[in-house]
Design a protein around this ligand. Structure first.
Ligand code: ADP
Ligand code: ZN
Ligand code: ZN
Length: 759
């Protein structure tokens, strides 16, 4: 039996952790306790009218002050702390059955407590927008228009005085049309009504087709024969259909996806469903197609690009078991399933699994909790596992499965360090790098350069007096964007046309400092006019769908030189890329964030995996002023595993996660002193708590790394505890006292449990 890595908070006072037990009652209750989407850690009581039958886990509409809100019933009883006569009745009962299955509801309850986020808000965030707005939790019915027999017999050419009606009739002669479709063709509802009154057309409600895939389940493509390591991995997981967490630690291209597919197969065969989580950028058509090609089951995707109707339909497909596989980003974790059989978290180390606002949950960690509650296996896959995950594997909490060889015939890549000390850099490029690029390009291959800085250059400076263009609202310099002739603040988004005179001395000698992707691009166009260069960053891929189309043209070989920020490092396979260059490694080696070395190592391994995936051998080159740096040395010569071991020892010595647990309090306001004072008071609350002892530590308050953003001053306070239990106990008893601090109302503040980003 594997012990679960999380500390489970106890059942909250009086509230249910189980919907079923609460709804299973023959006695009619009179009070509904409702969680509302308001930032308060409490529920609200409403009277149940005799004709109403709310259910725990179902939505109700209620009056709240002067507004009507939609909330979720979390308990039914015959008692209220308030006088019964004062209670308002429920305005409307929206659901006859709970929105979530029992185990998912428990997970939501658990998340709300663990991440210190109000339950009402947690539930609201876990619903598709349409449900939050009160729509029925059933598939959108489609309204379709058909011709009646009478309509079919009309002579359309006789309708010259009613061209709109004639248009409708001729459209419907071809085939019946959905209501929305007709509206989009400039046909008004009034025209349709007129035709309906004449009895020429009729409206029908169509339900989304009920599909039943599990009786006809099939594998629909030839599968490769698994190699020995893959076969062992598959067999280990299949040996036990109950909860267990597996780390699938496999080098890039070792066939992790093939293992996922082989694990999903028996699950689908049993009629159960699979949830596959991918990083934000990983949800490309290639990924989805691999799952679609393999099985004849409906595959649905859930990600931020869906509109509200698509999102509700995907959510319902999983809940009603129309979908066999759901592939989605972070938030897909909260999808209800009728019969979930397995969870897969691909690229589990990816930072996009951590939500950075509202409930700051970690989808990978919650996925483990969900698998535990559902009692099913979960697989965390990565070529560069997070140090936390590796630690759990090393201590036996997770099973450690490894794939050490690239599947197929890919050759391993070569890598090297370019010492650029004292070398002239042309927009960041050293002469040896340029020479190496030329070699690969002449051989007909593609080259990728990584630079994690968008824009033309990170700053604009006066050559005469050293003045630098600085954002008025943030503690940061403007980034110079030559392409659009403006300077932009990457922190608050403010922008202005580029100035022509220094604001310090009036000189016109303004120069750009440092190198961004835009500058690199224009430099490469000059250096290699005979090759086509493309830049993939947040600026160049703003338009929806543009990233996908760029990736396709790269694959078709339309571009030879690719410039990317880390966007390009994840999960994309470019078989013709044989050279990968990391232009500026030093900024990560010397960062104040303790996770920066881990992130650099992950980026390096991930991009190295992009090179030479087909039969061509790849080469990775790093430009640095510090070739002797310990981290680079261990990474280059011994690989990620060895690097991780060393890094874990360092973390232990420094008492950093995963050996301790952190919580970050962030606060911001217009008044600098008040923010600091507020965090100092929080510090006082924590230190006076009985749980606080010599093993717990508060650091700060300190100004945030970006001390001012969009006019607001930002401070932070870091709390460190030896384990989750102490952290949770401390936070739970301290939070009510913090909320009572007078400043808590006027200052924007948040609690980030196990923060991934300390800025
Ligand atoms: P990863 O997810 O670890 O990066 P993939 O699953 O994408 O690796 O596999 C890399 C390539 O190797 C893919 O083209 C895949 O089809 C192929 N592949 C995977 N497993 C095998 C196998 N057992 N035999 C042959 N080819 C395989
Ligand atoms: Zn700014
Ligand atoms: Zn000047």
């Amino acid at each position: 039996m594997i012990s679960f890595p999380f500390f489970l908070p106890s059942k909250a006072s009086g509230e249910t952790l189980s919907i079923a037990s609460d709804n299973d009652t023959s006695e009619k209750k009179t009070v509904a306790h409702v969680a509302l989407p308001v930032p308060l850690d409490r529920c609200f009581d409403y009277k149940i009218r005799p004709d109403q039958s709310p259910v725990v886990g179902g939505r109700v509409r209620v009056g709240f002050g002067r507004q009507q809100l939609i909330g979720v019933v979390i308990r039914l009883s015959n008692f209220s702390d308030f006088s019964f006569d004062k209670l308002k009745p429920l305005t409307q009962v929206l659901d006859q059955t709970p929105l979530w299955p029992n185990s998912l509801y428990s997970l939501l309850k658990w998340s709300s407590e663990y991440y210190q986020y109000p339950f009402g808000d947690t539930l609201a965030n876990a619903m598709p927008a349409w449900l939050r707005k009160g729509k029925a939790a059933s598939f959108e019915t489609l309204r379709e228009w058909h011709l009646t027999e009478l309509g079919k017999n009309q002579n359309i050419s006789a309708l010259t005085r009613a061209p709109k009606q004639a248009k409708v009739l001729s459209l419907l002669h071809l085939c019946s049309q959905p209501h929305e479709q007709l509206l989009s063709q400039q046909i008004s509802s009034a025209t349709l009504k007129t035709l309906q009154t004449k009895g020429w057309v009729e409206e029908r409600q169509v339900q989304k087709q009920q599909q039943c895939w599990h009786s006809e389940f099939n594998v629909t493509e030839d599968k490769p024969q698994l190699n020995e390591e893959q076969a062992i991995a598959v067999a280990s997981v299949n040996a036990n259909p109950e909860f267990a967490c597996y780390l699938l630690d496999g080098v890039t291209g070792s066939g992790k996806t093939e293992v996922y597919l082989n694990l999903i197969e028996p699950v689908l065969k049993k009629g159960q469903q699979a949830l596959v989580l991918v990083p934000e950028i990983g949800l490309t058509p290639q990924t989805i197609n691999r799952f679609k090609r393999r099985f004849n089951v409906p595959v649905e995707t859930i990600h931020s690009g869906l509109n509200d109707t698509e999102r509700l339909n995907a959510w319902l497909s999983a809940k009603e078991q129309h979908a066999g596989i759901i592939i989605g980003t972070r938030s897909a974790l909260f999808t209800p399933f009728k019969q979930l059989g397995i969870i897969i978290v691909d690229e589990e180390h990816d930072a996009s699994y951590k939500q950075q606002d509202s409930m700051r949950y970690h989808a990978r960690d919650l996925a483990v909790m969900r698998a535990n509650l559902d009692n099913i296996p979960i697989i965390l896959g990565s070529a560069t596992p997070a140090l936390e995950t590796l630690h759990n594997a090393k201590t036996g909490k997770y099973h450690h499965l490894t794939l050490t060889r690239r599947a197929g015939h890919a050759k391993p890549e070569k890598h090297g360090v370019l010492d650029v000390k004292g070398l002239y850099l042309e927009s960041g490029l050293s002469a040896p790098m340029i020479a190496q690029m030329r070699k690969h390009l002449t051989e007909g291959n593609q080259v990728i350069l990584f630079l994690n800085r968008r824009g033309y250059s990170p700053a604009l400076m006066c050559h005469e007096c050293g003045w630098m263009a600085e954002c008025q609202r943030c503690d940061a310099y403007y980034t110079f964007h030559q392409h659009s002739s403006e300077i932009r603040c990457h922190h608050c988004g403010s922008q202005q046309p580029i100035m022509h005179q220094c604001h310090g001395c009036g000189s016109t000698q303004l120069i750009s400092v440092g190198v961004g992707t835009e500058q690199l691009e224009s430099q490469l166009n000059q250096l290699f006019p005979e090759y086509k260069t493309i830049r993939i960053d947040r600026d160049s891929t703003r338009r929806k769908g543009s990233l996908e189309s760029y990736l396709e043209s790269i694959k078709r070989g339309e571009y030879q030189i690719l410039i990317g920020t880390q966007m390009l490092a994840k999960g994309h396979h470019f078989p013709n890329v044989t050279l990968v260059g990391l232009i500026d490694v030093d900024s990560s080696l010397f960062s104040s964030d303790f996770r920066a070395p881990e992130r650099l190592a992950q980026l390096f391994i991930q991009v190295a995996g992009r090179a030479g995936r087909a039969s061509k051998a790849g080469e990775v080159l790093l430009q640095t002023h510090h070739p002797e740096h310990q981290l680079l040395q261990s990474l280059l010569h011994k690989g990620y595993g060895e690097f991780a071991t060393t890094a874990l020892i360092e973390r232990k010595q420094a008492m950093l996660p995963p050996y301790t647990f952190l919580t970050l309090f962030r606060a911001e306001a217009n008044n600098n002193q008040l923010v600091e004072e507020f965090l100092r008071q929080i510090r006082g609350v924590l230190e006076n708590n009985p749980v606080y002892d010599q093993y717990t530590l508060v650091l700060g308050p300190t100004p945030a790394p970006l001390a001012k953003r969009a006019g607001k001053y930002r401070w932070q306070l870091l709390l460190q505890a030896p384990n989750r239990k102490v952290m949770q106990t401390l936070l739970r008893s301290a939070k009510p006292a913090i909320q009572l601090l007078p400043l808590a109302k006027s200052i924007r503040w948040s609690i980030d449990i196990e923060p991934q980003d300390l800025s």
